[in-house]
Ligand binder design. Structure first.
Ligand SMILES: [Zn+2]
Length: 109
């Protein structure tokens, strides 16, 4: 492989790393955002930064399967039921479990 090609891979890797780290901090998953930022540098990283924090979104209970889904979901991710806008919402994960906001590195090995 040429030096230029290797340099590009290294740059893409660091974009992926940055995007993945942003995704992980926001509770949206490292791997997904690593791949997005790796494949689409600049745009992917920017999207990771601007993307909503899933662990700070309001949630609700699916009326059919009773699983917890995101408030903004129009369809249940588990059973496929179409969801009306609910009367009551469930507090975001970060507010219920403060350790999610503090970071994942604190759990005992
Ligand atoms: Zn459901």
């Amino acid at each position: 492989m040429s030096d230029q090609g290797l340099g590009l891979i290294v740059i893409l890797f660091f974009f992926g790393l940055a995007g993945g780290t942003v995704g992980r901090i926001k509770g949206n998953g490292f791997t997904v955002w690593f791949l997005i930022s790796f494949c689409a540098p600049f745009i992917g990283l920017l999207t990771a930064v601007l993307w909503r924090r899933d662990n700070q979104e309001l949630r609700r209970e699916c009326p059919r399967c009773f699983r917890i889904v995101m408030l903004h979901d129009a369809v249940c991710m588990h059973c496929g039921t179409e969801l009306e806008f609910p009367d009551v919402a469930i507090a975001p994960r970060a507010r219920v479990i403060p350790s999610i906001r503090a970071g994942e590195g604190e759990s005992p090995a």
